[in-house]
Design a protein around this ligand. Sequence first.
Ligand code: NAP
Length: 280
Amino acid sequence: MAVRIDGKALAAQVKARVREEAARLPRQPGLAVILVGEDPASKVYVNGKEKDCTECGIQSFSHRLPAETSQEELLALVRELNADRLVDGILCQLPLPKGLDEEAVINAIAPDKDVDCFHPFNVGRMSIGEPVFLPCTPAGVMEMLRAYDIPVRGKNCVVLGRSNIVGKPMAMLLTQADGTVTVCHSKTEDLVEFTRRADILVSAIGKTRFVTADMVKDGAVVIDVAMNRDENGKLCGDVDFAAVEPKASFITPVPGGVGPMTRAMLMENILTAAKQHQAT
Ligand code: NAP
């Protein structure tokens, strides 16, 4: 039976460390949170991030804007926050309402305040192994592997999904940790041939019970990034947890796995930004 990787407990440790370090800084770190429109899921995410900030001793500056906000108004707010010395990080909750250009907004955020690590400058820095910030979800996964002493070096790592925010950076970080990485996506032929050889299998597809027991090697480490809803509306991942758990050596549950770690890594990125701003 696999060891369950406890993302909630690990996230609590990371946040406690951030809180301790934040309290020692001359100025309280600050995060500006922009939420445009009324998307219910986005509201839940934003509320969660603001709660994390409170827990970590980080000040959050909330900017709730109506769905009719224009591109120019949104960019003007980002420019204002870029110049605000009390703001160390800027987070614009995605997706934006139709008509707003997400890429333009991401590109407008000053790279030194891009705590989500979405800006092309930071993505480039990460890809050459000189990161300022790491994207929160893949960074959270790497932290989990480290905390449970799971070696990556030389291991066969398979990442399901190639999105810019999860799959691609995940593959990059595993490669930098000396894993041998294969990225699979919707056009991959014989996907099961790849998953069955994986020592570390990371799934970030967004399809309930996609990863079944026959796709997993005995003793594999199975990391489930997805946050899906099953037929009863219950939060679940990509992995058929009950069937895969007996086969794996380590497994992350959903909820209580990668999700809390993603949030904790955001707090760590804000702390990093605050340290840099206060050192200059
Ligand atoms: P995304 O942008 O929709 O990407 C999904 C990826 O899965 C794509 O690369 C797609 O391939 C691939 N895919 C889809 N169907 C497939 C199939 N049948 N076989 C193989 N690959 C397939 O999603 P995302 O933003 O990366 O998010 C993925 C999941 O992680 C979602 O459930 C999301 O909610 C969750 N998530 C969780 C956290 C967290 O904090 N835990 C953070 C971010 C995202 P193509 O590229 O070929 O289309």
